[in-house]
Design a protein around this ligand. Structure first.
Ligand code: NAP
Length: 328
């Protein structure tokens, strides 16, 4: 099969189209012909040699998600048939013609959704839903602050929080992204290069944030703790601004805060199946109803994968970049 291979650690130029062996499904697995995948920050880190694939994943082929068509089913598969339209997560190897996955970590693509658009759903929306709802216990009317709200995960989180009746504030450092945040349900767009604490305190009448979904990390930590309301939850999801920060811990005690770190890629099969089941039950109906939609900056053919990595690296995207193998 065709695959985009990381030939050595480095910049986007190290990505090369190669032929690699087709994967074979086990008894409870399916093989999916990948129509589309999407770019994630983890792919960039892996390409630079800073985020090796977990055991069992193709070591040198990036890609954490896919949408495609079931191509072959294992002997004991009962949920899927050849030809079904599916999407899901993989621990690596998404930039390839085929992926092999357990039949229970797969979701059906909604009937009316173009299949390549579905590739923008799994990583962003699973991560956002699991963090906001399963882990942070989001409730209607909560104040939710999303850092880097114009990102793939951010645009998913803003839509989910807004659909659940939360009050949503979102930060970005880019003026053009600030102007677009309303499209995904952010009622309070905030310029992150200025202060983000005061605008949220003012808008919430001094209450602060019940939940902060932090996709940025670094020096945001101290401000986050200052902004959280009593019994607030800080979800640490991404560290694009760095992984070290200083913290005056007094407020974490006095406000009884919870700091929760999360990662999707390293979870066990059972944990992933639990995420997919909750998502299928609670979130897929919102896609079918048109309440939620994948936010796609652009769709590029796979041969332009290096350009896609450049665009993400330069922070020039709103939502996700989808890569398609062949024109759909
Ligand atoms: N824990 C998990 O399971 C999990 C899953 C998926 C993603 N993630 C992480 O979540 C984060 C977002 O992922 P994504 O794919 O949604 O990202 P993305 O679409 O590539 O967007 C990231 C955005 O972060 C902002 N940013 C970059 N550097 C920054 C800095 N130094 N300070 C402040 N903002 C900065 C930029 O937007 P502006 O224009 O606003 O600056 C950039 O466009 C990444 O760190 C990713 O690794 C974690």
């Amino acid at each position: 099969m065709r695959a985009i291979v990381i030939t050595r650690p480095g910049g986007p130029d190290v990505l090369q189209l190669r032929q690699v062996a087709d994967p074979e499904p086990g008894e409870k697995e399916i093989r999916v012909r990948v129509i589309a995948t999407a770019v994630n920050r983890a792919d960039l880190l892996q390409r630079r040699g800073q985020y090796p694939a977990p055991a069992g994943a193709l070591a040198d082929v990036p890609g954490l998600e896919y949408s495609g068509i079931v191509h072959k089913v294992g002997r004991r598969v009962c949920r899927w048939r050849v030809g079904d339209r599916v999407m899901g997560l993989v621990p690596g190897g998404g930039y390839a013609d085929f992926v092999v996955v357990h039949e229970r970590e797969v979701l059906r693509v909604p009937r009316d959704m173009p299949i390549e658009q579905a590739a923008a759903i799994p990583e962003a929306f699973f991560t956002a839903y699991d963090a906001l709802v399963t882990q942070a216990g989001l409730r209607p009317h909560d104040w939710v602050v999303i850092h880097a709200a114009a990102s793939g995960v951010g645009t998913a989180a803003a839509q989910i929080a807004s659909a659940m009746g939360a009050r949503v504030a979102g930060t970005t450092r880019s003026a053009w992204k600030l102007a677009r945040l309303g499209e995904v349900g952010v009622e309070l767009p905030i310029d992150a290069s200025l202060d983000f604490v005061v605008p949220v305190l003012e808008a919430s009448n001094g209450h602060g944030a019940d939940i902060i979904l932090d996709l940025v990390g670094g020096g945001y930590l101290g401000w986050n703790v200052q902004l959280l309301a009593k019994k607030g939850r800080l979800l640490i999801v991404g560290l694009v601004a760095g992984n070290a920060a200083q913290l005056d811990m007094r407020a974490t005690l006095s406000k009884r805060l919870r700091v929760i770190g999360t990662a999707m890629r390293s979870r066990s099969l059972d944990e992933k199946i639990a995420v997919v089941s909750a998502f299928e039950r609670d979130v897929m109906p919102l896609f079918r109803a048109g309440t939620l939609r994948p936010v796609i900056d652009r769709v590029l053919p796979m041969y332009r994968v290096r350009e896609a990595h450049h665009l993400v690296e330069r922070n020039s995207t709103f939502g996700k970049i989808v890569l398609v193998w062949d024109p759909v």
